[in-house]
Ligand binder design. Structure first.
Ligand code: SF4
Ligand code: SF4
Length: 278
C-alpha cells in the first residue's frame, strides 16, 4: 500500500503561483465525488500561499510558502469528527466526506493550519485532497506538483524505499511547519523562512569595483554555512534560527580577515564591510 507525502523546498520556489492556479483550475466548479465538490469561483484555492518578507532595507527578500493540507498522521480534523465526516485513507490522504460533512461548519476550525475553507454554495467544508481523483486514475502527482516549473514540490510514495521522495528524504533533514502542533504531517519542508543576515564587501584599495568571490562563513548554534560574494559584492544567509549568536568571518587572499559577532534577534543588514590589504 502506498502512503503519499510531499517535500516542498522553499529555496526552489520562485513565487510564480502556478501551483495555486493549477489547484484553482482543477477544483473550481468540478465535482470529484466521493472526495470533493466544486469550489465556488471566488473561493481561495486549497493551496494556501504565504509571502514572508525579511531583511532590512535595502537588502530585502521575500520567501513564498506553498501550503496544501499537510495530510497529518495525527490530524485534529480527523480526531474531531464524530460520524466519519473527516477520515484518513490507508494511503494517508485525509478526506472531508462532502455528504456526511454537510452543514458542519465547525470542521473549518478543526485545523490549526487554517487550510480548511467553507463552501457556502454547497454547505460544506473543503480542503486539498492531494488530487486523489487523479491519483486513482493513474496520475503520478497532484496538479500543484505537476504545474511547478522549478521542482519545488516533490510528491511520491513514502512507503516505497525506491521512490524519489524516499531517497530525497534520506539525503538531508526536513522541517515541519509549526512542529508545536504535533500533527505528524506527511507534507514537510526544506529551507523554511527564518532570520536573514546580509551585507556587502568592499576592497579598501579597489572601492570603485565590486568585491566578487570573497568567502563568507557563518558559524554558531550548530549552524555552519559559507558562501562567496556575488558580482555586486553581496552575500546573504537565510533561514537562520531567531535569537542566536553567530560569528561571521569574511576572508580573501591578500586581505586581513574580518570577524563580526551578530545576534539574530532581528534580521540583520550589516552594510558595507571593508577588507584591508594584509
Ligand atoms: S493540515 Fe489540517 S486539514 Fe490537513 S490533515 Fe492536518 S489538521 Fe487536517
Ligand atoms: S508552482 Fe512551484 S515555484 Fe511556483 S509558487 Fe508553487 S511551489 Fe513555488
Amino acid at each position: 500500500m502506498s502512503r503519499y507525502g510531499m517535500i516542498i523546498d522553499i529555496n526552489k520556489c520562485n513565487g510564480c503561483y502556478n501551483c495555486f492556479l493549477a489547484c484553482k483550475d482543477e477544483y473550481t466548479g468540478n465535482d470529484y465525488l466521493p472526495y470533493s465538490v466544486g469550489e465556488p469561483n471566488e473561493a481561495r484555492p486549497f493551496m494556501k500561499m504565504t509571502e514572508k518578507e525579511m531583511g532590512k532595507c535595502p537588502k530585502v527578500k521575500v520567501d513564498y510558502v506553498a501550503q496544501p493540507c499537510l495530510q497529518c498522521a495525527d490530524a485534529t480534523c480527523v480526531k474531531m469528527a464524530t460520524n466519519g465526516e473527516v477520515y484518513r485513507r490507508p494511503d494517508g490522504i485525509v478526506i472531508i466526506d462532502p455528504e456526511k460533512a454537510k452543514g458542519k461548519r465547525e470542521i473549518v476550525n478543526s485545523c490549526p493550519h487554517r487550510v480548511i475553507s467553507w463552501n457556502e454554495e454547497r454547505d460544506v467544508a473543503q480542503k486539498c485532497t492531494f488530487c486523489v481523483h487523479l491519483l486513482e486514475n493513474g496520475a503520478k502527482e497532484p496538479r500543484c506538483a505537476e504545474a511547478c516549473p522549478s521542482g519545488a514540490i516533490l510528491f511520491g510514495d513514502l512507503d516505497d524505499p525506491n521512490s524519489e521522495i524516499s531517497k530525497n528524504l534520506k539525503s538531508a533533514p526536513t522541517q515541519e511547519l509549526n512542529p508545536d502542533y504535533n500533527l505528524r504531517p506527511n507534507v514537510v519542508y526544506r529551507n523554511l523562512p527564518g532570520r536573514l543576515i546580509a551585507g556587502e564587501v568592499i576592497f579598501e584599495d579597489k572601492q570603485e569595483s565590486c568585491a566578487q568571490g570573497v568567502k563568507v562563513t557563518l558559524k554558531g548554534d550548530s549552524v555552519e554555512k559559507s558562501c562567496t560574494t556575488d558580482f555586486l559584492g553581496d552575500f546573504e544567509f537565510k533561514g537562520l534560527p531567531a535569537g542566536k549568536a553567530f560569528k561571521l568571518t569574511i576572508e580573501y587572499n591578500g586581505y586581513k580577515p574580518q570577524i563580526i559577532d551578530i545576534k539574530t534577534d532581528t534580521d540583520k543588514n550589516i552594510g558595507e564591510v571593508l577588507l584591508n590589504q594584509a
